[in-house]
Ligand binder design. Structure first.
Ligand SMILES: NC(=O)c1ccc[n+]([C@@H]2O[C@H](COP(=O)([O-])OP(=O)(O)OC[C@H]3O[C@@H](n4cnc5c(N)ncnc54)[C@H](O)[C@@H]3O)[C@@H](O)[C@H]2O)c1
Ligand SMILES: [Zn+2]
Length: 355
């Protein structure tokens, strides 16, 4: 078992351990207390793991209520969010009670935002069940829902009381969804470089211990950045590598292209831009493209520069008169650079394959 402690506006532990789901009731009681546990989960994960979670919560003295929504990014919207808040109210949750997100990034973001805003904030625990949620979305306290204008446009920074990563739950993930998590891991590899990036050359699969180690490495990178800049004033922006173009691609696809694959295409585009602007070594682009190929992740997207630029400008990362991009200089070093709105389309064109 690995325990990683986050010191942000709340101090909490991230447990990484196969089998941790069956002890989750104990862990959550210790970290959050309360009488009622409101489990938030999608229909898919509910069928797989809902009963096991209810059992351990009940055994540890909780009254358990479950809110189940249809799987997928399309549920991460204002309608589901409001319906979840009403559910909390109907179940008479108090501030002492706890919301438990059991699922991938969609569940964590939605349940987290509801936990942050219901009665101005109730206790909250995350049990991530996808690789992406284990390495990224369950850590660091970003919660959000999508609006029609863009991804994650309404949300809050809200740290959980506990995060429980049971890596054995990854065994039921489809290879496609597993791959989405690998895109975020490659993102950490490019930001941090060194051993992590090198170790990814052998794809993240198979042995639980290897997977646990990779998850722990990513979580530590995110923990260190979040401890320094919880509210994304500065260094936390580095974690958005690949996400400026990535979010635009997700939005333009009507969320048919999943987050991980959109981020993969985004990383490739943003690195091409950096090379063509003379900011980044060509070898860095080649290493990234090679890594994406190993994981069968896309290095291109089907959209034109003008559409991507317009989608970027509706995204929340617009600041002042432009968009701040994260550009790699080399593997292990990224920089922030603001591109003025007027230059955006031309710069994005540099990132598209064959342009
Ligand atoms: N808050 C953050 O810091 C942050 C960071 C990265 C991504 N995100 C968000 O995360 C979301 C993407 O997360 P995701 O890829 O986990 O999506 P997701 O939550 O939709 O999960 C993907 C699919 O996997 C299924 N699933 C989940 N766990 C399973 C399991 N153990 N076995 C079998 N099937 C399982 C789900 O039912 C769903 O169909 C996006 O909305 C993105 O914006 C947030
Ligand atoms: Zn992401």
């Amino acid at each position: 078992m690995k325990t990683i402690t986050v010191n942000a506006s709340k101090t909490y532990d991230i447990l990484i351990c196969a089998g941790a789901l069956d002890e989750a009731g104990f862990t959550i009681k210790k970290a959050a207390g309360g009488q009622t546990a409101a489990v938030v989960t999608d229909d898919n994960v509910a069928a797989l793991y809902g009963n096991r979670l209810s059992d351990t919560l009940t055994k540890n003295g909780y009254r358990v209520v479950q809110y189940i929504f249809p799987r997928g990014e399309a549920s991460k919207n204002a309608e589901t969010y409001l319906s979840l808040l009403n559910f909390f109210a109907e179940e008479k949750l108090s501030r002492q009670d706890v919301a438990v997100a059991l699922g991938g990034g969609v569940t964590g973001d939605l349940a987290g935002f509801a936990a942050a805003s219901y009665m101005r904030g109730i206790n909250f625990a995350q049990i991530p069940t996808t690789l992406l949620a284990m390495v990224d979305s369950s850590v660091g306290g970003k919660t959000a829902i999508n609006l029609s204008a863009g991804k994650n446009l309404a949300g809050a920074f809200y740290q959980p009381n506990a995060v429980i990563c049971d890596v054995s739950l990854l065994s039921t993930l489809s290879p496609e969804i597993y791959k989405d998590g690998c895109a975020e891991i490659i993102k950490y590899g490019v930001i941090a470089g060194g051993e992590l990036f090198d170790s990814l050359a052998a794809p993240v699969k198979g042995q639980l211990e290897y997977t646990e180690n990779i998850i722990a490495s990513c979580v530590k990178i995110k923990r260190d950045i979040v401890s320094e800049d919880e509210f994304e004033q500065n260094s936390r922006k580095l974690l958005n590598f690949g996400h400026t173009v990535g979010h635009a691609v997700e939005l333009l696809s009507g969320y048919k292209i999943p987050h991980g694959r959109a981020v993969a295409a985004g990383m490739a585009a943003e690195t091409r831009m950096a090379v063509r602007m003379g900011l980044c070594e060509k070898s860095c682009l080649l290493e990234l493209l090679d890594m994406l190929r190993r994981y069968d992740l896309p290095a291109a997207n089907p959209y034109e520069a003008g559409s991507i630029a317009r989608a970027c400008l509706s995204d929340k990362k617009r600041d002042g008169g432009g968009i701040t991009f994260v550009f790699p200089v080399k593997i292990g070093e990224c920089v922030l650079k603001k591109i003025p709105a007027d230059d955006l389309e031309a710069v994005i064109r540099l990132g598209l394959e064959g342009s």
